[in-house]
Design a protein. Structure first.
Lengths: 493, 235
C-alpha cells in the first residue's frame, strides 16, 4: 500500500460522493476565503517589520514580535480547536487488508502537517524573515528563528489533535481548551508566570544560538509520537464493535403532550439531541453563543457601534436555530426512508422542528436579558433580533434544509466523525446574520435606532403572520425533493 | 389489493424493473425470489413510494401510491436497518411507531407482548439502544414494529436473513398466521427458497427485472424453483 493509493482513495471519495455538487460550491467559497486570508497574512508579513518599528521605535522589531508570539500561539490554539479537524479517513475497510496500521496512522498525521492552518502562517513568517535579512540581520540566525516559528506552528497542530481527541471523549467538549487557554492567559496577565516573556526569551535564545532550535523540534517529535500512539490505539475494530452498554435514561417527557399532534416528533427530536454525541456537543456550544456578547460589549468601542447589536443579537439568540436548523432534515437521514413510508404528515414533522427552534430563541433571549447591564439599547436590539429570528430566519433555514443532501451518521463514535462540522458550518450562517445586521445598520444610520428596531420587528412579525402560508410552501418544497433526499441519504458519504 | 400496471424503473436509461401486470389479492402471502439485482428491493421501494416509477404505477387498495399518501395508514414495512432509529430503545421505538399509527401505549404493549417468544428475551427491558443491539436483534425489533397498528399490507424485505434458526421458524409461524387468520396481505422477499415455499401461497420469480415465473405453491414448487435457479430446467 503506497501513499498514492491513499491519495487515490481520497480523491475518489471526494469526487464520487452524493453531495459533490453542493460541496463544490462551498469549496469555491472556501477557496475565496483561503485566498483572502493568504492575502492578509502576506500583507502582514511584508509590512510587519515597518509596523513593528512604528509600534515600538526604541526596540528591535524582532524583539517586539517575539514578545507578542505568546498571544499568537494562544489565539492559534483556540481558533484551531474550533475550526481545524483531524483529517478523516475511513479506515475500517483498510483494517483487514495487508496494510500496516502504522502506515495508515503516519499517513493521516503527515497529511495534517500540510493543513491550511499550518501553511497560512508561512505567508507571514517567510516574507517577514526576508525583510529581516534585507535589513542586515544575520542570515543563519534569521533562518533558525524561522525554522523555530514553523516548528511551533506544527507543535500547535499536533497539540490541537491531542486536545480534540481528549475532549471528544468527554461531554463538555470545548471546556478543556477554554480552561487551558484561559488559564494560560490569566497567569500571564496577572504576572504569575510571564509566559509571553518566556516564549520571547526562547525565540531570542534560538536567534542568538541556533542550536537551541533542537528543543522545539524535540517537543514536536514527542507530540507526534503521542498522537501516533493515540490514533493507533483507536485503529482497532473492537473500538467500534465493542458493545458499549449505554445506560438508558428514559423519560416520558409528558410536557411535550401539550403541543398536540407534533408531540411524538418533539420527543424524538429531544431524544435525538440528548442521546447522540454530535448533537450533544452542539447543545454545549450554546453557552458560547450566549456569552458571545461578552467579547464585544465590555469594550466601549463596540458599544458605540449600534449595528453590532443586531449581529450579536441574531447570533446569540439564534445560535441553536442556526446550528440545529441547517442540518434539518439530515439529522433524521439515518431513518429517513422509514419516516417517508410511515403515516406522517410532513407538515407536523417540520412544525416540530420549528417549535423547537422557536423555543430555543425565546430561552436564549431570556437568558441574555442581563446584557441590559451594558445599556437598554442592547436589550431592545436583542429583542428585535429575537423576533426577526422567529419570524424570518427560522423559515429561511427550514426552506434551506430542503436542499440538504448530506447524510449525518449519528451512530459514529466521535474519534473519526467530523461530518458537517468545521468551517463550512459557520459560512452557511453568514447570510442569516449579515442580512439583518445590514438592514439594521443601514436604517439606524439613515433614520435612527427606533426605526431600525422597528424594521426588524416588523419583518419578524410579518413572518409570524405568514407562518401558515410559509409552512405550506416549505412543506411542498420538501415533498418535491423527497426522492432526491431519500436517494442521497441512503448513500454513505 | 395491490395492482401493478405497466410498471418500469430505469436508471439513466438502463432498465432495472419491468412488470406489465401483477395483481396480489387481499390476504395472500406473496413471495418474491430472484438473484441479486433481479429487482426485488426496487419493487418494494416503488411500492413504498421511496423511488419514483419511470412508467406505470402501483395501486394499493385503489390508491395510486405515487400520487396520494392515503395508502400509508394501512401499509407497513421493514426493508432494512435504516428503518430503525438507533438512539431509541426498542420500547420507545415501538411507541413512536404506535403514535404515528394512532395507537396508544397500551395497544402497543399488548401487541408486543404476543411476541415475547419471538424476542427470546433479548429485546424488551434490556435498557439498550437499538444501535447497540446485534444485527439479528435489530431485525426482530424492525419486523415486530412493522406489525404495529394492524396494517392490511405488510412488506418485509429479506426477513429471514441474519436470523438464528429458532427465530426463523417462529417468524414463519407469525407470517402464516397473519395471512391465514387475519387476512393480512404479506409480501416477503428472500434468497432462501425453502423458507418462501414454506410460508407463501404464491411465489413470483424475478429475473433481470421481469417476472419469469408465477407459481401457486404446492409440493412440487420447491423442486421447480431449485431447478430454475440451478439452470438445469427442462424446457
Amino acid at each position: 500500500m503506497k501513499l498514492k493509493h491513499f491519495l487515490n482513495l481520497e480523491w475518489k471519495q471526494f469526487f464520487r460522493s452524493a453531495s459533490f455538487g453542493k460541496s463544490i460550491a462551498i469549496n469555491i467559497l472556501m477557496a475565496f476565503l483561503a485566498l483572502y486570508f493568504i492575502g492578509i497574512f502576506l500583507f502582514i508579513g511584508i509590512f510587519l517589520y515597518k509596523i513593528l518599528g512604528k509600534v515600538n521605535p526604541d526596540q528591535d522589531a524582532l524583539t517586539t514580535l517575539n514578545s507578542f508570539l505568546f498571544f499568537y500561539i494562544l489565539f492559534d490554539v483556540a481558533i484551531r480547536f474550533f475550526f481545524q479537524k483531524l483529517p478523516v479517513m475511513s479506515v475500517k475497510p483498510l483494517l483487514p487488508l495487508p496494510v500496516k496500521r502504522s502506515k495508515v496512522v503516519n499517513y493521516v498525521l503527515r497529511k495534517s502537517a500540510f493543513s491550511f492552518f499550518n501553511i497560512l502562517p508561512l505567508f507571514a513568517f517567510i516574507p517577514f524573515s526576508i525583510t529581516l535579512i534585507v535589513n542586515d540581520y544575520p542570515v543563519i540566525s534569521v533562518l533558525a528563528w524561522l525554522l523555530a516559528a514553523i516548528v511551533v506552528v506544527q507543535i500547535i497542530n499536533f497539540l490541537n489533535f491531542i486536545l480534540e481527541s481528549f475532549s471528544s471523549e468527554r461531554e463538555l467538549s470545548f471546556l478543556p481548551v477554554i480552561v487551558l487557554v484561559g488559564s494560560l492567559f490569566a497567569l500571564n496577565y496577572f504576572n504569575v508566570i510571564s509566559f509571553s516573556d518566556l516564549i520571547a526569551q526562547g525565540f531570542t535564545a534560538i536567534y542568538d544560538n541556533p542550536i537551541f532550535v533542537l528543543i522545539p523540534i524535540a517537543v514536536l517529535v514527542g507530540l507526534y509520537v503521542v498522537n501516533f500512539k493515540q490514533l493507533k490505539s483507536k485503529l482497532y475494530l473492537d473500538s467500534s464493535l465493542k458493545t458499549k452498554v449505554a445506560v438508558v435514561n428514559a423519560s416520558n417527557m409528558e410536557w411535550t403532550k401539550r403541543f398536540g399532534d407534533i408531540a411524538p416528533f418533539m420527543q424524538l427530536d429531544l431524544k435525538l439531541i440528548w442521546r447522540n454525541k454530535r448533537t450533544k456537543s452542539m447543545t454545549m456550544l450554546l453557552a458560547i453563543g450566549l456569552l458571545y456578547g461578552l467579547f464585544f460589549y465590555p469594550q466601549p468601542l463596540y458599544r458605540d457601534m449600534e449595528f453590532m447589536f443586531a449581529f450579536i443579537g441574531v447570533f446569540s439568540t439564534g445560535f441553536f436555530l442556526i446550528n440545529f436548523g441547517q442540518f434539518i432534515p439530515a439529522w433524521d437521514s439515518g431513518y429517513y426512508k422509514m419516516l417517508m413510508s410511515q403515516n406522517i404528515k410532513y407538515e407536523q414533522y417540520l412544525r416540530s422542528k420549528f417549535v423547537l427552534m422557536i423555543m430555543s430563541v425565546v430561552i436564549l433571549f431570556v437568558l441574555g436579558i442581563p446584557y441590559v447591564y451594558f445599556g437598554w439599547k442592547i436589550l431592545i436590539a436583542h429583542f428585535a433580533t429575537a423576533i426577526y429570528n422567529i419570524g424570518v430566519n427560522s423559515h429561511v433555514i427550514l426552506y434551506g434544509g430542503s436542499f440538504n443532501r448530506k447524510k449525518i451518521d449519528l451512530d459514529k463514535k466521535a474519534a473519526f466523525n467530523y461530518q458537517g462540522t468545521g468551517a463550512v458550518q459557520w459560512i452557511i450562517g453568514i447570510p442569516l446574520m449579515i442580512l439583518p445586521m445590514a438592514l439594521f445598520g443601514l436604517t439606524n444610520w439613515l433614520v435612527g435606532f427606533e426605526a431600525a428596531v422597528g424594521l426588524l420587528i416588523a419583518l419578524g412579525v410579518l413572518g409570524i403572520v405568514l407562518h401558515k402560508k410559509l409552512m405550506t410552501l416549505i412543506t411542498q418544497k420538501y415533498l418535491d425533493s423527497k426522492y432526491k433526499m431519500i436517494d442521497a441519504f441512503s448513500q454513505d458519504s | 389489493m395491490i395492482h401493478t400496471k405497466d410498471l418500469s424503473k430505469a436508471y439513466s436509461g438502463k432498465r432495472v424493473l419491468k412488470i406489465d401486470e401483477l395483481g396480489i389479492p387481499k390476504g395472500q402471502s406473496f413471495g418474491l425470489v430472484g438473484n441479486n439485482g433481479a429487482g426485488k428491493t426496487t419493487y418494494f421501494s416503488l411500492l413504498l413510494d421511496l423511488i419514483k416509477p419511470t412508467t406505470g404505477n402501483i395501486t394499493n387498495n385503489s390508491v395510486v401510491v405515487d400520487q396520494s399518501e392515503d395508502w400509508k395508514p394501512f401499509t407497513s414495512a421493514f426493508i432494512d436497518e435504516s428503518f430503525l432509529i438507533g438512539y431509541l430503545t426498542p420500547e420507545e421505538y415501538f411507541y413512536f411507531i404506535g403514535e404515528l399509527r394512532g395507537e396508544n401505549k397500551a395497544d402497543v404493549d399488548s401487541l408486543v407482548a404476543q411476541f415475547e417468544d419471538f424476542f427470546h428475551g433479548e429485546i424488551l427491558g434490556q435498557k439498550k439502544y437499538l444501535r447497540d443491539l446485534s444485527k439479528g436483534n435489530q431485525k426482530k425489533a424492525g419486523i415486530v414494529a412493522a406489525l404495529i397498528g394492524s396494517p392490511d399490507v405488510i412488506i418485509l424485505d429479506e426477513p429471514f436473513a441474519n436470523l438464528d434458526p429458532t427465530t426463523q421458524i417462529r417468524l414463519k409461524g407469525i407470517i402464516k398466521d397473519l395471512a391465514e387468520k387475519q387476512g393480512v396481505t404479506v409480501l416477503v422477499s428472500s434468497h432462501d427458497l425453502m423458507h418462501v415455499t414454506d410460508v407463501c401461497e404464491r411465489i413470483v420469480v424475478l429475473e433481470k427485472g421481469e417476472v419469469v415465473k408465477d407459481l401457486e405453491t404446492n409440493e412440487a414448487t420447491l423442486k421447480e424453483l431449485e431447478a430454475h435457479f440451478s439452470g438445469s430446467e427442462q424446457v
